[in-house]
Design a protein around this ligand. Sequence first.
Ligand code: SF4
Ligand code: SF4
Length: 456
Amino acid sequence: MIQPQKNSKEKKGRNFLYPKKPAGKLYNYRKWVSYVLLLFLFAAPHLKMGGEQMVLINFIERKFVFFGLIFTPQDFYLFALAMLVVLIFIVCFTVVLGRLWCGWVCPQTIFMEMVFRRIEYWIEGDANQQKKLDAQPWTREKVLKKGFKHSIFVFISFLIANTFLAYLIGSQQLYKIITEPINQHVSGFLSIWLFTAVFYFVFAYVREVVCTVICPYGRLQGVLLDNQSLIVAYDENRGEPRGKLQKAVIDSSKGDCVDCGLCVQVCPTGIDIRKGTQLECVNCTACIDSCNEVMLKIHKPENLIGFYSQDFIAERKPFKLGIKAYGYTAVLFVVILIFSSLVYKRTEVQTTVLRASGTTYQARPDGTISNLYNAELINKTNKDINFVFRSDNPDDKIEFIQKTGMLPKEGTVSITFFLIKNPKDLKSYKTDVKFEVNSNNRIVSSAETTFFSQPQ
Ligand code: SF4
Ligand code: SF4
């Protein structure tokens, strides 16, 4: 049997791949998906929603913003839960549609296949021309082509690094690093170039190794997929026994695969999909396009390689969702429900009231009883809030030692005060009390604690 042409070359222990330029219907769809995602990725940190950066993932200050919703350090559990929702969603998605995320949506693949690889095709040509260029000595043409390509790679890596930092530290802070003198932002300046170097190294050299070796999600595939998952697969019942097409010879003993090797040549991870499901397959669908092109030429039906379940390939069973898919969807539904109810119950202001340490109660000369408290108010919005702090019992009095009526945006204020109660309202040694934070005639937060008095 003729072996398909390899799309790789040994380079000091590394099988450096030269995938053939893909083309076809699915590749065109992927292009459009990547344009939309790239536009969003580069624009999101520079767009505002509700006065805040549209998406901010600031781990240093533990501030996260998603589409105008601000999560402060106190909301970290919500952020963790949101990440869990995303994770379970990807798991559900994988169980049903395999690694489609990797081939179509993952930023690594989008940048690699839709940006860097296309620049490479543009400057150095298709796979064979690239191999030839790499094999030839350092002529003027090679120096110019390689120099030009790598300059563009560095420039795009620089743009990605800036965008990445805009998500991490905020676009305003990034703007300051870029526009103000370097000595005022040495660490920021170094970070930009460090990330530029990392992205350049990843996209110029590491490439598909990120997907096939480094990324843990790829390793999880074996656990997540089952026989009902839809994956990019070769229909071996139809394709085998494979064999070269002989002109003017109709050989009915042969399958539809003409062993042209195009599906292997076009694969960005260098695998032969005809050997069955492999962890390295990122479901990019490039092999489907190239095989369909061949099928069209030899007048055979499309989708010798297509989206199939293992059950379909083996027993021609039609696609249906498996038990795993239902299980993960149920878990996803429950987690989304918990997350949405917590977001709904989340208040703009978080209030904590604690009795001042080392104190119990004070009997006042006028017969009333007081307790001393410390309150902390946290503003989770990006607007200043004028507020009134009071007890929910109109008969109670509050005597402030340290008072404020303004809560700065994303800020915190502390209040120290006596709560004064009439003894007739106290039925036991310990009474539950509740405080309200009122802004514009609306209760924006409340807190409960206890009030001590003399034993009754
Ligand atoms: S086998 Fe096909 S779908 Fe999988 S990575 Fe290779 S080209 Fe993409
Ligand atoms: S592209 Fe299709 S016909 Fe050609 S080797 Fe691959 S499976 Fe066979």
